[in-house]
Write a protein that binds this ligand. Structure first.
Ligand SMILES: [Zn+2]
Length: 285
């Protein structure tokens, strides 16, 4: 089916107390692994692109791949631009056919974050494109942006209330203590903060930094209103390891297609594991 925005799938997820996985892709093989796994498990899915990946390939190739793969399945597929601070890239994604975008103005003061996020809502809404925005600063490394522990800060409840009243986002990403990349030690999730923010509105919440969280943490976050869970780092590992493990097991074979196939299988396993964990399987209808 044609690409859809995240709006409806996330409203349904929040009501149904499950979460839709947002998987960061790297190329055609990884999009194929994400969409085909979602199809097999009858799950809605969000194919997520980092700004870096978009600039690496260009807008047109990515949208062509995703349209082609989405047309082969009946499960809802959204293509979402992850953390973006640059309005011209957001505009280009909207023009190219992205069905969802994220404006990340979380490093700016509240008023400026609100103004920039409102501007993106104005750009996207006329085309039925969903918008995600962030408040507070999520720690760790995403693309080339590194937020160390001292600078990462949680979203404030009062600020979140003002933000949600002023910006009509389809998905809200409050920083609640998760981090991008690999966790060093136990992640400290501010469940109380998440609960308070969740009670402010029905807006589906996004959980960033999903890689490495335990099943219990996922379940608790989902029960508290997280309807979109981002998985990026785990797929980076599956992408490289899938390729490398096969090559190391048959170092003299030199058949590129069998290596790509091994990489595809490794990615599929990672995606399937998360879909089942988030409970979005059989929720495509
Ligand atoms: Zn993120």
């Amino acid at each position: 089916m044609p690409l859809v925005s995240m709006t409806e799938m996330l409203i349904k997820a929040r009501k149904g107390r499950y979460a839709v996985g947002a998987f960061n892709i790297l190329d055609y093989n990884s999009i194929k692994a994400v969409v085909e796994t979602a199809d097999e498990l009858q799950s809605p899915v969000i194919v997520q692109t980092s700004e870096k990946t978009v600039l690496f390939w260009g807008f047109k190739p990515i949208i062509t791949w995703i349209n082609e793969l989405s047309s082969r399945t009946a499960v809802p597929v959204a293509i979402h631009l992850d953390h973006c601070k640059d309005l011209s890239i957001i505009k280009n994604c909207i023009d190219a056919g992205w069905s969802s975008v994220m404006i990340d103005a979380s490093s700016k003061p509240l008023e400026e974050n609100i103004a920039l996020s409102q501007e993106v809502v104005k750009m996207a809404k006329p085309f039925g494109i969903s918008v995600e925005a962030e408040l507070g600063e999520i720690g760790g490394v995403e693309d080339d942006i590194s937020i160390d522990e001292e600078n990462a800060h949680l979203a404030g409840v009062k600020q979140a209330k003002i933000f949600l009243e002023k910006v009509k986002v389809d998905c809200f990403a409050p920083a609640i203590g998760t981090a991008h990349g690999i966790y060093k030690g136990e992640p400290k999730i501010a469940f109380d903060r998440l609960k308070e923010i969740s009670q402010l509105s029905d807006t589906p919440l996004a959980l960033h930094g999903g890689t490495g969280l335990s099943e219990d943490i996922f379940k608790k976050c989902i029960s508290l209103g997280c309807s979109k869970i981002n998985i990026s780092t785990q797929l980076k590992y599956a992408f490289i390891d899938g390729f490398l493990n096969y090559y190391q097991s048959k170092p003299t074979e030199y058949n590129p297609l069998t290596v790509l196939k091994a990489q595809y299988i490794s990615l599929k396993q990672a995606v399937a594991e998360n879909i089942l964990l988030f409970g979005s399987n059989m929720k495509a209808k």
